[in-house]
Design a protein around this ligand. Structure first.
Ligand code: NAI
Ligand code: MG
Length: 343
């Protein structure tokens, strides 16, 4: 199911979460309303607000609801001030084995031709969770497996061929990012990625992660598709966000075999929450990724086109130098879609 194949009737678990999640998620759903699609939205409350009320940020019941849905559309949650708190998102990624974290990095507006996608392994690497604490040292274990590397490389190759759910239609060059000159775990990752790319007929290059950081700043337009390990992908993708105008524009997808979670890259932004000025574009573009994943490529493209038109017309929130509210931007995107459909 899914991953670009059409779904007849969809059931989406909708998590607004905390802070600006409560503003950008309804905005994205307003854009979804511009299409007449048969999508059932199931609201699920998880996060800091729930933790304050009940002592738990997420319950087994919430997981049961997630299981009854096709995917999750997620806003952002505030991390509760509890030292024993285990990240809700990490738990969801583990439960549904969402091994591929996809972050498109696309410049908006003229003169910015940045357009690449980061494919980050989402379940192992430095985030294996295996840590040994000694009195004067802590050992964090970096786990790279052949299976984990193979499946993320396969996913990246499908994206490179342009026939996976959410990104791109042209054949792309794959950049395999690693630190194989130092880390044996990276040697395995590199070797597996190269053999998968060769087997799939994808043109590739490989690059050390430090050199990649350098080149991303100097010449971001040269990149097309990056595949890398968990921590490297985490860091490079936040850096990449800065290249295209900030967190308010960055969408992401967490993809597994038959389940997925779509979310803006940003968090709950307590500093601007409740003011109605959060940029909804990251959430709206995450919605576009969801539409593509569930086989609605035309609608997904329509969202992208509408966002470009609205931004070109200067309808933007203050983080991009505009004066519009969250709701005004979403309304403009929805109206642009409705206008296009009427013609
Ligand atoms: P953040 O992404 O919430 O905010 C960082 C900065 O970017 C802030 O100045 C914020 O105002 C700005 N910003 C973020 N999104 C924006 C948007 N859509 N429009 C305009 N400006 C925007 O990261 P921060 O402040 O480090 O974390 C706040 C809370 O969110 C923390 O509790 C953190 O743990 C949580 N968090 C949750 C995530 C998630 O649920 N996926 C991801 C990252 C952080
Ligand atoms: Mg991060």
């Amino acid at each position: 199911m899914s991953n670009g194949e059409p779904m007849s009737r969809m059931k989406v678990a909708v998590v607004e979460g905390d802070g600006i999640g409560k503003e950008v998620v309804p905005s994205a759903l307003r854009v979804l309303d511009a299409f007449s699609l048969d999508i059932e939205e199931v609201p699920v409350e998880i996060g800091y607000g729930k933790w304050k009320r009940t002592g738990k940020a997420i319950t087994d019941g919430d997981f049961n609801i997630f299981e009854s849905c096709d995917c999750i559309f997620f806003g952002a949650i505030t991390t509760p001030p509890d030292p024993s708190y285990k990240s809700v998102l990490v738990r969801i990624r583990q439960q549904f084995d969402l091994y591929a974290n996809i972050r498109p990095v696309k410049g908006m507006g003229s003169g910015n031709n940045i357009d690449f996608t980061i494919v980050r392994e989402n379940t192992e690497g430095m985030y294996s969770g295996i840590e040994h604490v000694f009195p004067d040292a802590v050992h964090s274990t970096r786990v790279i497996t052949r299976r984990g590397s193979e499946r993320i490389a396969e996913y990246a190759c499908l994206l490179a061929r342009g026939n996976k759910g959410h990104e791109g239609n042209n054949r792309k060059r794959l950049t395999i990012v690693h630190k194989a000159n130092i880390l044996r775990s990276c040697r395995l990752f590199r070797e597996v990625c190269i053999s998968v790319a060769d087997r799939r007929g994808i043109s590739w290059e490989d690059m050390l992660v430090d050199a990649t950081a350098h080149r991303l700043v100097l010449d971001p337009e040269r990149f097309e598709l990056i595949v890398t390990t968990n921590l490297f992908g985490d860091i490079l993708s936040d850096m990449a966000a800065a290249l295209i105008g900030g967190l308010g524009l960055c969408a992401s997808a967490n993809i597994g075999e038959d389940y997925a979670l779509f979310e803006p890259v940003h968090g709950s932004a307590p500093d601007i929450a409740g003011k109605g000025i959060a940029n909804p574009i990251a959430a709206i573009l995450s919605l576009a990724m969801m539409l593509k994943w569930c086989g609605k490529a035309e609608e997904s493209d329509a969202v992208h086109d509408a966002v470009s038109r609205v931004m070109a017309a200067g309808v933007m929130t203050p983080d991009l130098g505009g004066r519009c509210s969250t709701a005004e931007v979403a309304e403009a995107v929805a109206a642009a879609i409705e206008k296009e459909q009427a013609t």
